[in-house]
Design a binder for this molecule. Structure first.
Ligand SMILES: Cc1cc2nc3c(=O)[nH]c(=O)nc-3n(C[C@H](O)[C@H](O)[C@H](O)COP(=O)(O)OP(=O)(O)OC[C@H]3O[C@@H](n4cnc5c(N)ncnc54)[C@H](O)[C@@H]3O)c2cc1C
Length: 416
């Protein structure tokens, strides 16, 4: 793999940038692999990377129906945090946060990780009590968390309005200082480059159309570029998990909803952190290009259209202007949507299935980006060893039978 460093950058700059190599190989499908990962998003590519790096499984393929990072990985607002309520979630998301911290160096690829802090606002006493409880739970789990009173919120994030006569006044907030944002395509490309370098085949424009089994044991996948024999298939397809599982006749406890986001014209640096509000249902950060990146909750109906409806935009902008009055003078540039798979307890699935050799990583709802390296790490372990490790164990499909749910609606509420 061609290393990226300052010396090479200067050398290439002086020689017309003619020496750069493609970041990853354009692979053709082979007749068989030890494992096939369906879905070339952040989670699928991270899984491939950790399978190769930690488990020595390099005869594997990531098959992607479009281009890598063209799914939710390329549509999300990249908010990273780990301040969930329950022990199982804290372990999963904090594991991911730990991996994020060193990922640029590990991948030799700048993922533009910015630990600028995430504020979760409270607008009434009930919400403040819930959030303070979450701060205590977070601290017990080693998650960085603190409670700020309204004037401390204002000091940390000056553009926010803490006017007492607002319809939803800000009475305080939790702050996770090591939460933040990063750069979605850099993460995807960084994982792809490192996995490809270890021998993983990344095959784009290759849609899985069927999965072959023999007596409930995986034997291969059918794709638009031919049939591939394999004994292990990992389904890592975000908003299409049920579609892939349906190819095997499996019905998963998942609903698929549109989730949308929008960005403003670029501004000078104005917002120093990520701000989220469950009550008014909006969140915002500022990208390194200067755009305000704005999101809300899911559209309430089930759909596979990647758009979202206008009333959600109208509601989120009304809420945002109340929190940040200056936004009323900012023009919006782009809006888009993705499809998110939501489980009944707002927690993901990392699991074996009744079909031997078929593994599912999905149901991340509105907040799976933050888990990307942790999810890939845990799924790689599951695929390699055929047993969930301690981090994945609470997120297997059995919980929907035993009732041992990880009910994170409170902490996952406004999308992310
Ligand atoms: C608008 C929006 C904002 C979001 N904001 C945040 C946020 O701020 N923070 C956060 O933590 N999370 C956020 N999320 C959620 C996050 O984007 C996802 O949970 C995460 O990116 C999922 O990653 P993935 O790799 O599993 O999925 P994807 O990136 O969607 O990858 C799955 C891939 O599977 C491919 N695929 C599907 N079917 C097939 C097939 N039959 N054959 C081959 N390939 C197939 C798709 O083309 C796709 O590229 C947001 C989501 C949206 C839509």
């Amino acid at each position: 793999m061609q290393r990226y460093n300052v010396v090479r950058l200067i050398r290439e700059g002086l020689s017309g940038h003619k020496g750069w190599q493609p970041a990853w190989r354009k692979a053709e499908p082979k007749p068989s692999y030890d494992a096939v990962i369906i879905g070339g998003g952040g989670h699928g590519l991270a899984t491939a990377y950790y399978l190769a790096k930690l488990h020595g499984m390099t005869n594997i393929a990531v098959v992607e129906k479009g281009w890598i990072g063209g799914g939710n990985s390329g549509r999300n607002t990249t908010i990273i945090r780990s301040n969930y309520l329950y022990d199982a979630s804290a372990a999963l998301y904090n594991h991911a946060l730990t991996l994020w911290k060193d990922l640029s160096r590990e991948l030799n690829y700048n993922i533009m990780m910015s630990h600028r802090g995430v504020l979760n606002l409270a607008h009434d006493e009930g919400e403040a009590r819930q959030l303070k409880r979450r701060v205590e739970a977070n601290r017990l789990n080693g998650v960085q968390a603190e409670w700020l009173e309204a004037k401390e919120v204002k000091a940390f994030c000056p553009p926010i309005s803490v006017a007492a006569d607002a319809r939803y006044p800000v009475i305080g907030a939790t702050l996770q200082r090591d939460g933040g944002v990063n750069r979605h395509d850099a993460v995807v490309w960084g994982f792809a480059r490192a996995a490809s370098d270890m021998g993983v085949d990344i095959i784009e424009q290759c849609e899985v159309t069927g999965i072959d089994t023999d007596k409930d044991v995986i034997t291969g996948v059918r794709t638009t570029r031919g049939t591939i024999a394999t004994e292990k298939v990992a389904c890592v397809t975000a908003g299409h998990t049920s579609v892939i599982a349906g190819m095997l006749g499996l019905r998963l406890p998942i609903e698929s909803h549109p989730l949308q986001a929008l960005v403003s014209e670029p501004l000078k640096p104005v917002l120093p952190c990520v701000v989220m509000s469950n009550a008014v249902h909006v969140y915002m950060s500022q990208s390194s290009k200067g755009e305000l990146v704005i999101g809300a909750g899911i559209d309430p109906y089930l759909s596979y259209t990647q758009r979202g409806s206008f009333d959600i935009i109208e509601h989120q902008m009304a809420a945002l202007i109340e929190l940040f009055p200056f936004v009323s003078r900012v023009r919006m540039m782009r809006q888009w949507g993705g499809i998110v798979d939501v489980c009944p307890d707002a927690s993901p699935i990392i699991s074996k299935t009744p079909v031997k050799g078929f593994y599912v990583d999905g149901g991340w709802g509105t907040g799976g980006w933050k888990a990307t390296p942790g999810s890939g790490h845990a799924l790689a372990d599951l695929v390699a060893n055929d047993e969930p490790n301690a981090i994945a164990a609470p997120f297997t499909l059995e919980r929907f039978v035993t009732g041992n749910l990880v009910a994170e609606h409170g902490a996952a509420a406004v999308a992310h």
